[in-house]
Design a protein around this ligand. Structure first.
Ligand code: PHB
Length: 388
């Protein structure tokens, strides 16, 4: 098989890259080790920055998003039994959208296939080769046969546990990471969310987040120990804990729990995001804790930069944008890292004691929800820093 860009991974990054390249007249093939059904069903964080929603709409994949996404003007932060509103619309004139990553993936798969795109699902043993030279290759097994894609560039969009990042030659990469001493227990529940907007709760028993996927479908999270076993959380315990941490700021409707899982929390960045003609994008290059809701947004920013750089190379032989890819992405990535780390440390409980740091944390939340300057900074980062 021969194509211009071989893409490993059919998540939001790989599929959007393939879509943007197609619009620029550049061919690509996407390989993915999971099934199409798995990719379309996996619930992941669902918050979309303003410009990402606009990019989906402007590139013709936003039709269902415009119909079904929930538009939010701001968020609530709750502490000391009070929910304080941060009104993005009023502060910076921007909104954000709730639209689960699996919906983005579903829409992009449908669109790529309708446009004649090639996505090979359930490939096995994918590996990347010769990306230091002019003819990179992706090898894998598909439907029982050994296959090879010859291409000009490889997009490594295969997530944190993927094969692309570890394929960089020894000594090229520096990794930066932080593992947090807690995780999130996440549930999807057949019940209306307590408010139309998200509520981030700081509570002495730990953090909780009240999000949603629809008017009668809640997505709720609890801070738990990092190695927690979801089986230790029978439904009644989850509801009792959510209600306690909501602190009475809204009534909480209970419902049938449809899904339950533990999300580990870590911050990770690899530098550079490129080795030869292999370019990493999204979770393959960086992970953020979900508190800042930046994961999919950073992935979309990467592939926008990458598709433009590849287009400039194919159409006018320019090398500069490709050469700058890593630096261009990393300046946004580190700002996203900083914001995600900051939201995480501010809103989680780090100790059971009312010690210096806990007092400082409460003062910080009080300040961030009371000062217009501080709220504006939060709003600007949460709704998405401007794209260069
Ligand atoms: C979600 O709806 O899944 C969600 C929203 C905001 C976050 C994290 C997760 O910060």
């Amino acid at each position: 098989m021969r194509t211009q860009v071989g893409i490993v991974g059919a998540g939001p990054a790989g599929l959007m890259l393939s879509h943007l390249l197609h619009l620029a007249g550049i061919s690509s093939i996407v390989v993915e080790d999971r099934s199409r059904a798995y990719c379309e069903a996996r619930v992941r964080a669902g918050l979309m920055e303003n410009w990402v929603a606009r990019m989906l709409i402007d590139t013709g994949v936003g039709e269902r998003l415009q119909r079904e996404a929930m538009v939010h003007d701001g968020i609530y932060i709750s502490f000391k039994g009070e929910a304080r509103h941060i009104d993005f619309q009023k502060l910076i004139g921007k909104q954000v959208f709730i639209y689960d990553q699996k919906e983005v993936v579903t829409d992009l798969i449908a669109r790529r296939l309708a446009d004649g795109g090639q996505i090979l699902f359930e490939v096995e043993n994918a590996s990347v080769h010769e990306f230091d030279g002019r003819s990179p290759k992706i090898r894998f097994r598909h439907q029982g046969r050994a296959e090879e894609i010859e291409c000009d560039f490889i997009g490594g969009c295969d997530g944190f546990h993927g094969i692309c990042r570890p394929s960089f030659p020894a000594g090229v990469r520096s990794d930066y990471d932080r593992v947090y001493p807690f995780g999130w227990l996440g549930i999807l529940s057949d019940s209306p969310p307590p408010d139309d907007e998200l509520i981030y709760c700081f509570h002495e028993r730990g953090f909780a987040l009240f999000s949603m996927r629809g008017p009668d479908l809640s997505r709720l999270y609890l801070q738990v120990p990092p190695d927690e076993d979801a089986d230790r959380w029978p439904d009644a315990r989850i509801w009792d804990e959510l209600e306690t941490r909501l602190g009475g700021v809204r009534p909480l409707a209970r419902g049938k729990i449809l899904q339950k899982g533990i999300t580990p929390m870590r911050s990770f960045v690899t530098e550079p995001m490129q080795s030869g003609r292999l370019f990493l994008a999204g979770d393959a290059a960086h992970i953020v804790p979900p508190t800042g809701a930046k994961g999919m947004n950073l992935a979309m920013a990467d592939v926008r930069v990458l598709s433009r750089a590849i287009e400039a190379h194919c159409k006018s032989g320019r090398e500069d944008l490709l050469k700058d890819y890593s630096a261009t992405c990393l300046s946004r990535v580190w700002k996203g890292q900083r914001f995600s780390w900051w939201m995480t440390q501010m809103l989680h409980r780090h100790s059971d004691e009312m010690d210096f740091d806990t007092k400082r944390q409460i003062a910080e939340i009080d300040y961030v929800t009371g000062s217009e300057a501080a709220m504006t900074s939060l709003a600007e980062n949460y709704a998405g820093l401007p794209m260069a």
